[in-house]
Design a protein around this ligand. Structure first.
Ligand code: MN
Length: 244
């Protein structure tokens, strides 16, 4: 019997009221990997580079999870006033995971901040707050994002997303930053109606990187499209792991 693929999920730091720190990921990522046919493994946040590189060797694919704002110096900008909470050490951790996964040809799926850190790490830039994106008018930070799709996406033809979402669909939205300049070699796979980049990919013989700005992991149990997105990614990880 085929072994189910192991999907590493990048974790973050949660600081408790007593200032004790905990490594954590949202439960949705874990449940979604299981629903999608994979075995979830939390990759604990740490600041030891060689450990982080070693962690990637033990998984077949990587999910970069959501969370803090990316520190603007990562993409060469000064912090602006409407930047929210940052975690520069986590940026470094995520970038180390990303580059180690790319080096070892392991598929990568970035969600929300995950998409943003991929873009920032590989030569793109971000809007530190969506209000800085020209012509934006949609509310992209919906507190109900866990349960409901709230805005439309227009999907790019022949993209990884197309056969899941069709040419137009609706997704949830819980982000206040977005991609500004796209990283070289990537293509846009989904846009909102106010021209916010909602999906990206870089899929070629050497790379398999996809990213979405919304939170499919929060709707995976109720939304067939979110479920299919995890299934399709994890199917790809399975096939890829057999070739490594
Ligand atoms: Mn959005």
């Amino acid at each position: 019997m085929k072994r189910k693929p192991i999907i590493g999920i990048s974790s973050s730091t949660l600081t408790m009221e007593n200032e004790f720190k905990r490594a954590h990921v949202g439960q949705g990522y874990i449940d979604s990997v299981i629903i999608g046919g994979g075995i979830p493994l939390i990759i604990p946040f740490n600041t030891n580079t060689s450990t982080t590189v070693e962690q990637i060797k033990h998984v077949d694919g990587l999910i970069l999870s959501g969370g803090h704002d990316v520190f603007p110096l990562v993409y060469g900008e000064e912090p602006k006033k409407n930047l929210k909470e940052i975690h520069p050490e986590r940026d470094y951790f995520d970038i180390t995971l990303l580059k180690a996964a790319m080096e070892l040809n392991k598929p990568i799926f970035g969600i929300c901040r995950g998409l943003q850190i991929i873009n920032a790490a590989l030569g793109g830039t971000l809007h530190q707050d969506i209000s800085l994106s020209e012509g934006t008018f949609i509310k992209h930070t919906q507190k109900t994002a866990g349960r409901f799709p709230t805005h439309t996406i227009i999907v790019e033809k022949d993209s990884f997303l197309e056969d899941i979402y069709g040419m137009e669909n609706v997704v949830n939205s819980y982000h206040h930053q977005s991609i500004n300049k796209l990283a070289p070699g990537f293509k846009i796979t989904a846009m909102s109606k106010d021209n916010i980049i909602e999906g990206i990919e870089k899929i070629d013989e050497n790379n398999f990187i996809i990213g979405v700005q919304w939170h499919p992991e929060l709707m995976c149990e109720t939304d067939e499209f979110s479920k299919k997105l995890f299934q399709k990614f994890i199917d790809f990880v399975q096939k890829n792991s057999e070739t490594l």
